[in-house]
Design a protein around this ligand. Sequence first.
Ligand SMILES: NC(=O)c1ccc[n+]([C@@H]2O[C@H](COP(=O)([O-])OP(=O)(O)OC[C@H]3O[C@@H](n4cnc5c(N)ncnc54)[C@H](O)[C@@H]3O)[C@@H](O)[C@H]2O)c1
Length: 350
Amino acid sequence: MANLLVTGGAGFIGGNFVHYWNAQHPDDHVVVLDALTYAGNRSTLAGANRTELIEGDIRDQNLVEDLLRDHEISTIVHFAAESHVDRSITGPDAFIETNILGTNALLKAARAVWLSGDGVDHRFHHISTDEVFGSLGEEDPAFSETTPYAPNSPYSASKAASDHLVRAYHHTYGLDVTTSNCSNNYGPYQYPEKLIPLFLLNALSGKGLPIYGDGMNVRDWLHVEDHCRGIEACLAKGKPGETYNIGGGAELANMTVIDTICAEVDRAFEEVEDLADRYADAPAAQGRRSATLKTFVADRAGHDRRYAIDESKARTQIGYAPQRGFDEGLRQTLRWYLDREDWWRPLLRG
Ligand SMILES: NC(=O)c1ccc[n+]([C@@H]2O[C@H](COP(=O)([O-])OP(=O)(O)OC[C@H]3O[C@@H](n4cnc5c(N)ncnc54)[C@H](O)[C@@H]3O)[C@@H](O)[C@H]2O)c1
């Protein structure tokens, strides 16, 4: 039995992680610390057992210290972040505040509580991104854990800074840390500003599907449940001070992802009887293909061309392997959004 502090647990990946952890470790107690920004949602945690949501900011070091002591926390899984690249381009300050200063405050709290006196057996696991490695050319080898950092957006620069702080707290103070750098996640509970849920919901409501540039930017797609498995493997078998790449084994051009979304939405309208009534504005409800909604828009500033993940270290050293194929994972995700209108509809109104 363990007590975990999960930061950002009301967000997309953190929320999935809480449900995953609940199912795999039903005796553990989970404390979620989340500031409930636009991206955090109480209803994401509905049904989670032995889970307590504390509304608060990771920059509040005193609050974090109190939580660590009061709940006898031995593991921090740190998801809380500003996470959307486009928002970092229009307003970088929040990214510096939460991703860098917030991570530093958490590390300071962990050091103060876990490393004082006789010390406490502990683990601080930091969630990072493949975006810290920069952009790959078509023929370049995939990112490994030793690829030099070259972040290109305010978002990835702030994540890179937080990764370095986590590393430094291990080397300087002896904090037991691990870091995972993962690729693009998709799955249930993702806020509809990111590509997959945004395009799914736009296709359902007959809105345009705005494609950046030529649509040929390449990402590796990771089902969020596979990501949770990877984090669990880092916690169980990761060595202090090490970093692990977690990928989904699905390197795809954005256009391929978008075409798959359109095909899956069209297929759902053929298979599910009441969809045409529920989403009368969808092209698929009117006998047209969802792909007719595709439209090209000016490219994102500084748009990285390609990310690819070499996850062989995680495979060989901690036994991680993705289990979800992209087509099956996307179909399941679409069906989840169709079933859980109660979750996403209020977000669109907000
Ligand atoms: N989504 C992806 O594809 C992806 C890929 C690679 C890495 N990551 C990383 O994974 C982590 C989780 O990403 P996500 O997509 O779930 O993000 P998200 O934006 O869905 O959720 C972030 C959560 O953090 C909370 N939060 C923000 N600022 C806070 C603060 N100051 N104090 C406390 N809570 C705060 C928000 O309320 C929200 O619940 C992030 O660290 C992100 O950088 C995400």
